[in-house]
Design a protein around this ligand. Structure first.
Ligand SMILES: Nc1ncnc2c1ncn2[C@@H]1O[C@H](COP(=O)(O)OP(=O)(O)OP(=O)(O)O)[C@@H](O)[C@H]1O
Length: 259
C-alpha cells in the first residue's frame, strides 16, 4: 500500500484574461486535506472548483500560491503514479475493453500490465463489473462507464484521488448507488480524496469536511465538518441530522456564514 499523502492548497490566486479583460478566478484559496481524509468542494457554477483541481494536477500554474501533494509539487506525485483522477466525462477509449481501459494509466506510466493483472481483477470486482472485463464501453450503461473510470483512477493504487463531478451526468437513483459504492471503495483504499460536486446530499454523505466556495472572485467561504460515523448507511439520507447539515451547507452556499 502507498504511504499516505496530504494535499495542501496554499493562498492560490489565479487570474484569466478574457478578451483583454482580467478576470479573478481564484482569490487566496487555501485548503488543507489531511492524509486519508475525504474533502468535498462545493460552490456555484464558475466559482473555480475545476480550476483548483487543474492547479492541483499541475495542468495550469497559479499566479501566486502553491499546491503540494505529500509536500511535493503535483508533477512529482503524478510521475510517481500517486494521483488518480476521474471527471464527469468518463472519457473511455471506445476500442479498448473494460480491463484495457482500467489499465490505461499503467500503460502511460510504462508499468507492465501483466504484473497488475490481479489488481485489475480486484478493481473490477470492487466496482461491481465482474463478467464485463472484455466488454467495450459502447456495451455499458452510463453508470457502468463511470465505474470503469473510477477503477481506472484507482489502478495505480493512488495516495490521492481527485474527482470532478464524477456522477454529475447520472440520474438521482444511480447517483446514490454510486455514492454508496464510492464510500466503500474509499474506505478500502484510504486515498486522500478531493471531490468536486454540485450535490449537497452527495457531499454530506461522502465527505469528512465540505469546503464551501463563493464566486466572483472564487474563494473558500467556510468549512462544514461532517460528524457522521462510518460506514455511513443509505438510511442516513433520510435522517433528520443529515437534513440539518444539508440545510447548513445550503445556507453557507447562499451567503450565510458557516457557524
Ligand atoms: N482557460 C481559461 N481561460 C479563461 N477563463 C477560464 C479558463 N478556465 C476557467 N476560466 C474561468 O474561471 C472561472 C472558474 O472556472 P471553473 O471551471 O474552475 O469553475 P467551476 O466552479 O468548476 O464551474 P462548474 O461548476 O460550472 O464546472 C470561470 O469563470 C471560467 O470562465
Amino acid at each position: 500500500m502507498r504511504p499516505a499523502r496530504d494535499v495542501v492548497v496554499r493562498d492560490l490566486d489565479k487570474t484569466f484574461r478574457l478578451r483583454g479583460q482580467a478576470f479573478t478566478a481564484l482569490d487566496k484559496v487555501s485548503l488543507a486535506c489531511p492524509a486519508g481524509s475525504f474533502t468535498a468542494l462545493i460552490g456555484p457554477s464558475g466559482c473555480g472548483k475545476s480550476t483548483i483541481l487543474r492547479l492541483a494536477l499541475g495542468l495550469d500554474r497559479p499566479d501566486r500560491g502553491s499546491v503540494t501533494i505529500g509536500g511535493a509539487p503535483p508533477a512529482e506525485a503524478i510521475r510517481r503514479g500517486e494521483t488518480g483522477i476521474a471527471f464527469q466525462d468518463p472519457a473511455l477509449l471506445p476500442w479498448r475493453s473494460v480491463e484495457a481501459n482500467i489499465a490505461l494509466p499503467l500503460d502511460v506510466l510504462g508499468q507492465p500490465r501483466r504484473k497488475a493483472a490481479g489488481r485489475i481483477a480486484n478493481l473490477i470486482g470492487l466496482v461491481g463489473l465482474g463478467g464485463f472485463e472484455r466488454a467495450l464501453p459502447g456495451e455499458l450503461s452510463g453508470g457502468m462507464r463511470q465505474r470503469v473510470a473510477i477503477a481506472r483512477a484507482l489502478v495505480t493504487d493512488p495516495a490521492v484521488l481527485f474527482l470532478d463531478e464524477p456522477f454529475g451526468a447520472l440520474d438521482q437513483i444511480l447517483r446514490r448507488q454510486m455514492n454508496i459504492e464510492l464510500q466503500r471503495i474509499w474506505l478500502e483504499s484510504h486515498a486522500t480524496t478531493l471531490l468536486v460536486t454540485h450535490g449537497i446530499d452527495e457531499a454530506v454523505f461522502l465527505a469528512d469536511r465540505i469546503a464551501v466556495m463563493h464566486s466572483r472572485p472564487g474563494r473558500i467561504a467556510g468549512i462544514v465538518e461532517v460528524p457522521f460515523a462510518r460506514p455511513r448507511l443509505p438510511s442516513l439520507f433520510t435522517d433528520p441530522a443529515f437534513h440539518r447539515l444539508t440545510d447548513q451547507v445550503a445556507e453557507a452556499l447562499h451567503g450565510t456564514p458557516v457557524e
